[in-house]
Design a protein around this ligand. Structure first.
Ligand code: XMP
Ligand code: MG
Length: 180
């Protein structure tokens, strides 16, 4: 375990098993279709990479980068597009892949945007769900694990851009935030 981590919440093995399980479910959901899988950068990258290898249908991939946090630990409520899709979403079946839903502001913005762009269907899969943080009405169609109201890092999730490369989800030692 990394020295800055206080405890591991979700192990590498548990994440791998969950990706296989959810991937199988999505294989059934998209049977015979050609969905557009949209990864929300940067946090969703490891999860997207792992879950897509368990989805056994043709699919297309694209990425979107939005910011709402500005390096802070709480959502500012403002969502800004840093990188838009390269693909047209009109008439497409969209699978939005997220690392975590906290307030839900990022996803409610994206869902509204993709509805406006006339997507045929929109499904959300998130690795983590933090329901206690919710300030919007958004709900994941598929969620891997529920996490408590703690700031989590690892497997894509960062604190000041660090820890994204950890293979598990963990909680940082308090002294890391306080800078001591
Ligand atoms: P909202 O609040 O819009 O947030 O649902 C979604 C984005 O906020 C980030 N986020 C976190 N990042 N640990 C992190 O490293 C957390 O506990 C956490 N909670 C929210 C994340 O980028 C997510 O996509
Ligand atoms: Mg994110």
């Amino acid at each position: 375990m990394h020295n800055d981590i206080e405890k591991v919440l979700i192990s590498e093995d548990d994440i791998a098993a969950k990706c296989a399980e959810l991937g199988e479910q999505l294989t059934n959901d998209y049977d015979g279709k050609f969905p557009l899988a949209i990864g929300v950068l940067k946090g969703a990258l490891p999860f997207m990479s792992d879950i897509l290898r368990h989805i056994n249908t043709h699919l297309e991939m694209d990425f979107m980068d939005v910011s709402s946090y500005g390096g802070q630990m709480r959502s500012s409520g403002e969502v800004k597009i840093e990188k838009d899709l390269d693909t047209k979403v009109e008439g497409r079946d969209l699978l939005i892949i997220e690392d975590i839903i906290d307030s839900g502001l990022t996803l409610s913005y994206l869902v509204d945007l993709f509805k406006y762009r006339k997507a045929n269907s929109i499904k959300i899969v998130t690795l983590l769900d933090k329901p206690t943080g919710r300030t919007s009405h958004i709900k994941a169609d598929i969620a891997g694990f529920e996490v408590p109201n703690e700031f989590v890092v690892g497997y894509g999730l960062d604190y000041q851009e660090k820890y994204r490369n950890l293979p598990y989800i963990g909680v940082l030692k308090p002294e890391i935030y306080s800078g001591k």
